[in-house]
Ligand binder design. Structure first.
Ligand SMILES: CCCCCCCCCCCCCCCCCCCCCC(=O)SCCNC(=O)CCNC(=O)[C@H](O)C(C)(C)COP(=O)(O)OP(=O)(O)OC[C@H]1O[C@@H](n2cnc3c(N)ncnc32)[C@H](O)[C@@H]1OP(=O)(O)O
Ligand SMILES: Cc1cc2nc3c(=O)[nH]c(=O)nc-3n(C[C@H](O)[C@H](O)[C@H](O)COP(=O)(O)OP(=O)(O)OC[C@H]3O[C@@H](n4cnc5c(N)ncnc54)[C@H](O)[C@@H]3O)c2cc1C
Length: 673
């Protein structure tokens, strides 16, 4: 198609946006990647993978059958593993482990297997379970085979009847000392494993969570390595019933599956025994903490924060670039149509989401650091920080997934009708991101775990106990330090979050106590206060994120110009969330109505100040066009031409008159003749 003047205009618009950049884009790219070397590594891996024709799709996945879609993604996923195992360039550059992590953790992985990677659970949960739950011998036995792809695993925990309530799982693993085996059994329909990714058709092994019985006693859910399919024929083993659960909202090539056991026997040594053991005679050796068996979930919750951050990065890049090329309506009658990014309401949709990307980034880095510190100290036998890690990982998983899913939907809306097109990629980014609200611990349940820790800490503080870092603010302070802020500096706004959340926790703790004092049992009082409890948890994690955002920007090794734009984003994040939740700040006395007026005025100023840098900010995310995979968000802004090209590929457009016309429409239209 010939280039139209409209196309040139779009490309010139983006060029002009880029010329207005007030900061050093590369500094932000390397900051987000974790250093210059990491940026180079990522780009190199992207180049190696994106230049490989095996990763190209012959057609859009939407045009394929369910089975062909699965086969297409499986083809690419297997090629990915082969490439890691065989490509010397990658081996030399980063090594297999770092390579897989970069691939999965960066946008590249999701771009190569667009519709959901059937091997994702193998890397994200199966192997981490063996590493985190298995003894050194068990790691030696399984990890090499798993790395090479000789065995493919998944994580089978959720059942038809129970996902959230792990203690309610019904699958049993009963130890038989006479043969030194566990007998796995699904006693009811509700005990059928349901949902695990890759379970339907891909995996031949799984880490299965089952209630461990030995010597007639149940010791709760434990992880077992279970072979599900024959290693030669791939047929399901006797005693194992397997299948796929059918189409989902998104991620349809993850072949989420079902699984039931009929007295299926596995060796005793297939219980992952790093934390608890069953000896040959059936003696159960307790772990240092029952919840260590839940360790893989803690790891994945942290990993999800990084994934949701990447998804939001992609969506906001698409929405920002599109908003800079899309012209609509008249701001001033008779004047040329402005870029839609000129509208303050559009800026209000998009700029806080760019800020959110950075907020999640800094908070996730901090939780990742805590994860590494705590797993290190667990290794040395110190479990003191486990509750803190559990709380932060639950909380940030919930905050990042809900912020990202809402944010992606806002991005879609901000692109008007075209955002609804599959070729914008926003629908797929949305269906992938919103799943993270549910999997790995449904968000409300996660918030209530955070609230449990807050209330417990609040009570302990009143008994004079020392609190862990993230909740130390709940320690009662002398009255003078509660004085209202006299300025609205960044530090003062973060402090306002502290006051607001302390107040909320204090209020709900008093309500809980009041209900217990009036004779309600604690669990019912808890349920009766749980809307407010979840709210406390949300404000607590928002406060944590604000603190990490601010200190991350202060500590960043960047030029003053770059720090300037990051500070404006951080400020926008603080102001945006305070205005959006002003009730919490007014009720607690953290801020006054007049402060709110000042902040609302500042919000408008911040939007205007950040607007010229919007395109450059998303450019600094450094997302390759193939990874963005969007007609609306491409680097060059050549949107309309791309949309037209994509439309022409529809199978319906291969014939002027489709067969269905002759079959259905024509008989109807000609019926009266
Ligand atoms: C090696 C290579 C690596 C490469 C890596 C590459 C990296 C890059 C990756 C990038 C891409 C990623 C993308 C993803 C792709 C999609 C994948 C989709 C995956 C989706 C998978 C799933 O979806 S898989 C199923 C998840 N299914 C849940 O998530 C159930 C939630 N349900 C519960 O998790 C429990 O049911 C629940 C509620 C806690 C109550 O558990 P419960 O009833 O036993 O416990 P209670 O509530 O009674 O609590 C009793 C006390 O335990 C404490 N506690 C509880 N849990 C604790 C814990 N974990 N640690 C410590 N402490 C804990 C609690 O704080 C209490 O402490 P206290 O008493 O002191 O207050
Ligand atoms: C795309 C996808 C992939 C998945 N992959 C896997 C996998 O690989 N392996 C695996 O094992 N599982 C997997 N799952 C399952 C997932 O982990 C569960 O769906 C999730 O943990 C939620 O559990 P549930 O479905 O039982 O929801 P439910 O617990 O039934 O939740 C339903 C509603 O009840 C509420 N609720 C439940 N309990 C409480 C409570 N205590 N207090 C207040 N409200 C409550 C929830 O907030 C929610 O609103 C996957 C799910 C999805 C959607």
């Amino acid at each position: 198609m010939a280039k139209t003047s409209e196309n040139h205009q779009c490309m010139d618009d983006l060029k002009a946006e880029r010329e207005r950049c007030s900061f050093n884009k590369h500094e932000i790219t390397t900051l987000l990647d974790g250093g210059e070397d990491k940026t180079k590594q990522r780009r190199k891996i992207e180049k190696v993978f994106l230049s490989d024709p095996e990763f190209l799709d012959a057609t859009r996945p939407e045009y394929l059958s369910h089975e062909d879609r699965y086969a297409n993604e499986l083809r690419k996923a297997c090629h990915m593993i082969r490439k890691f195992n065989e490509d010397e360039e990658i081996q030399q550059l980063v090594g297999q482990m770092d390579g897989i992590r970069t691939l999965m953790g960066s946008g590249l992985g999701v771009a190569l297997t667009k519709d959901g990677n059937p091997l994702a659970l193998h890397f994200i949960m199966f192997m981490p379970s063996i590493m985190g739950q298995g003894t050194v011998e068990q790691q030696g036995e399984w990890m090499g085979r798993a790395w090479s792809g000789e065995i493919i695993g998944t994580y089978a925990q959720t059942e038809l009847g129970h996902g959230t309530f792990l203690r309610g799982l019904e699958t049993t693993a009963t130890y038989d000392p006479s043969t030194e085996e566990f007998v796995l059994h699904s006693p009811t329909i509700t005990s059928t494993k349901w949902w695990p990714g890759g379970l339907g058709k891909t995996a031949n092994y799984a880490v299965v969570m089952a209630q461990l019985y030995t010597r007639g006693r149940c010791h709760g859910p434990h992880p077992f390595i279970v072979q599900l399919r024959d290693e030669e024929t791939h047929q399901s083993l006797p005693g194992v019933t397997l299948g796929e659960i059918g189409p989902r909202l998104g991620m349809n090539t993850n072949d989420n599956g079902f699984l039931c056991f009929s007295h299926h026997r596995i060796p005793r040594t297939h219980l992952l025994m790093k934390h608890s053991q069953v000896l040959q005679d059936g003696t159960y050796v307790r772990p240092a903490n029952d919840k260590l068996a839940y360790g893989t979930m803690v790891f994945v919750r942290v990993a999800i924060c990084f994934d949701t951050y990447r998804q939001l990065q992609r969506a906001v890049t698409i929405a920002t670039r599109y908003s800079a090329i899309r012209r609509q309506s008249e701001l001033v009658p008779g004047q040329p149509e402005p870029q839609i990014l000129e509208y303050q309401t559009q800026q209000y949709k998009i700029l806080p989401l760019i800020a959110t990307v950075f907020g999640i980034h800094f908070a996730a880095q901090s939780v990742w650091q805590t994860y590494n510190d705590v797993t290190g100290s667990i290794h040395d036998g110190n479990l003191d920080l486990l509750p803190e890690l559990h709380t932060l990982s639950c909380g940030l998983k919930a905050l990042s997934s809900s912020d990202a899913a809402n944010g992606v939907e806002t991005c879609r809306l901000s692109c008007g009708g075209h955002g609804y097109l599959a070729s914008s990629n926003l629908p797929r980014i949305y269906t992938t991101t919103t799943a993270a609200i549910t999997y790995e611990g449904e968000n409300t349940v996660m918030w209530l775990q955070v609230a449990r820790y807050l209330i417990k800490s609040f009570r302990e503080a009143r008994q004079g106990h020392r609190l862990h870092h993230s909740v130390s603010y709940l320690t009662p302070r002398p009255a003078s330090t509660h004085a209202l802020q006299t300025n609205l500096s960044n530090a003062a706004l973060v402090e306002a979050f502290r006051v607001a959340v302390s107040h909320l926790v204090g209020e709900v703790a008093a309500r809980l106590q009041g209900q217990c004092d009036s004779g309600m049992v604690f669990e019912h009082a808890w349920n009766a206060c749980s809307v407010q409890l979840a709210r406390c948890a949300q404000v607590h994690i928002r406060y944590f994120t604000c603190e990490e955002f601010l200190s991350g920007v202060e500590k960043a090794e960047v030029s003053e110009a770059t720090r300037g734009v990051l500070m404006r984003l951080c400020r926008l994040y603080l102001v945006f969330h305070i205005i959006g939740n002003q009730g919490d700040f007014l009720r607690s006395g953290a801020l006054t109505p007049s402060d709110m007026t000042t902040l609302e005025e500042e919000l408008a100023t911040l939007l205007a100040a950040l607007r010229p840098d919007a395109v450059s900010l998303v450019d600094s995310f450094d997302i390759h066009d193939r990874i963005l995979d969007s007609t609306l968000g491409c680097w060059d802004g050549n949107v309309y031409e791309r949309m037209f090209e994509e439309a022409k590929k529809s199978p319906l457009n291969q014939k002027d008159v489709p067969d269905a016309y002759y079959k259905y429409l024509r008989p109807l239209m000609k019926a009266s003749l």
